[in-house]
Design a protein around this ligand. Structure first.
Ligand SMILES: *Cc1c(COP(=O)(O)O)cnc(C)c1O
Length: 390
């Protein structure tokens, strides 16, 4: 088991003894059901009727005119809940049901994953607890309210800095003691094996659809795919559709927000060093003593001090490139997409758009770029207003 779930030397299974049987049960259930005919057809039905898949591929003509090359948007923002997160929570929620579990738990930082879990908790009639740091509860009160409206209980986590990292620790601890009836619905392609593999599986639909849509609508594959990277699930979802197409560049954009501790700009894959957090080996934001530090950017949804193990491998191999976008560039990109297309992007997704704005005038006009528009920006209007009053 120690060597399972490896992406090169990354990932793995660095957990306390008590969690090993729990994760093994999950792994076995995942491999048993993920290709099961009934499971696949039930998930396909829900993805269509409940979540709204397939999501469109949209040619953003006026945005393209601004940057000087062709930009297409994979519209995950149009899904139920307003982001790609529903792909994963529907998949894992259904897996929980097939495993005979009756309760869901999840961690959340900005609240989006907590909300997407609360939604499927209601859908499947499961008692749902969301672990959330006290700092985040205060910052994300609207999402807390929405989770409660969906019938979930929000458990305040006092330890550490009261953020996502601490919420994950508490959720793992709670799970160890309550595994008989409880399923831990993890939010991104991070954490111990099998989560990076499980979450990736349920996000593969993004890349599969996008590749086929490119062939049908454009008549060829794009030159580049761009996605924002927090834990890395929306990026892995779209990248995976194009991994074998060597001519398609894959670009991940992290938040270049400031470290809470040092005030320095920080992006995990750009400045991080290899270490272990939440059961997996990956690039981490850590100081000289190996203390993990957190960042604060304009988009709380990208502020996680680690990143999925597969991204670490893709960075080392050079198959994908990772860059950081700064808050000011992100806000500019948010405004540009809103004004040119009437589409308010999530601030997370605006990181990917900011990269394209930075390429203005540098790429041939027939270049085709596909951006994974991971979510819609309604949730971020208050933050944008604070930084850029109208
Ligand atoms: C949560 C979130 C992200 C970051 O998570 P990943 O696992 O990196 O995809 C990005 N965009 C939106 C809209 C989100 O809600």
């Amino acid at each position: 088991m120690k060597y399972k779930g490896r992406f090169g030397d990354y990932g793995g299974f660095y957990v306390p003894e008590a969690l090993i049987p729990v994760l093994e049960e999950l792994e076995q259930a995942f491999y048993r059901f993920h290709n099961d005919e009934q499971f696949v057809s039930e998930l396909a039905q829900l993805s269509k009727d409940y979540a709204g898949r397939p999501s469109p591929l949209y040619y953003a003509k006026r945005f393209s005119e601004h940057v000087g090359f062709k930009v297409y948007l994979k519209r995950e923002d149009l899904l139920h809940g307003g982001a790609h997160k529903i792909n994963n929570t529907l998949g894992q929620g259904l897996l929980a049901k097939y495993m005979g579990k009756t309760k869901l738990i999840a961690e959340t930082g900005a609240g989006q994953h907590g909300l997407a879990t609360a939604m499927v908790g209601a859908l499947f009639g499961m008692e749902t607890k969301i672990f959330m740091g006290v700092t985040d509860i205060e910052r994300q009160s609207v999402n807390v309210h929405k989770m409660k409206l969906c019938g979930a209980e929000v458990i305040p986590v006092e330890g550490g800095t009261g953020t996502l990292k601490d919420a994950i620790n508490d959720a793992l601890r709670y799970w160890t003691a309550n595994v008989a009836d409880t399923f831990y619905l993890f939010g991104s392609v991070c954490g111990p094996h099998p989560y990076p593999t499980v979450v990736k599986h349920f996000q593969l639909c993004i890349g599969k659809e996008a590749r086929q849509q490119c062939l049908d609508q454009i008549g060829r594959l794009p030159d580049m795919i761009i996605a924002c990277v927090g834990g890395g699930s929306n990026a892995i979802g779209i990248f995976s559709g194009f991994l074998d197409d060597r001519d398609v560049k894959l670009i991940g954009v992290e938040a270049g927000g400031r470290s809470i501790k040092s005030g320095k700009h920080a992006a995990t894959l750009v400045v991080g060093r290899v270490g272990i957090l939440h059961g997996a080996k990956a690039y981490l934001l850590q100081d000289k003593e190996g203390q993990v530090y957190e960042t604060e950017s304009v988009s709380a949804g990208l502020d996680y001090p680690a990143v999925g193990p597969e991204h670490c491998l893709l960075k080392d191999s050079g198959r994908a490139q990772y860059v950081a976008a700064e808050d000011a560039e992100v806000l500019d990109a948010f405004e540009l997409l809103s004004k040119s297309e009437g589409i308010l992007p999530a601030l997370e997704s605006a990181h990917a758009l900011a990269f394209l704005c930075g390429q203005k005038g540098r790429l041939a006009p027939d270049t085709i770029a596909v951006v994974n528009l991971s979510g819609r920006g309604d949730k971020d209007v208050g933050i944008v207003e604070k930084h850029r009053p109208l």
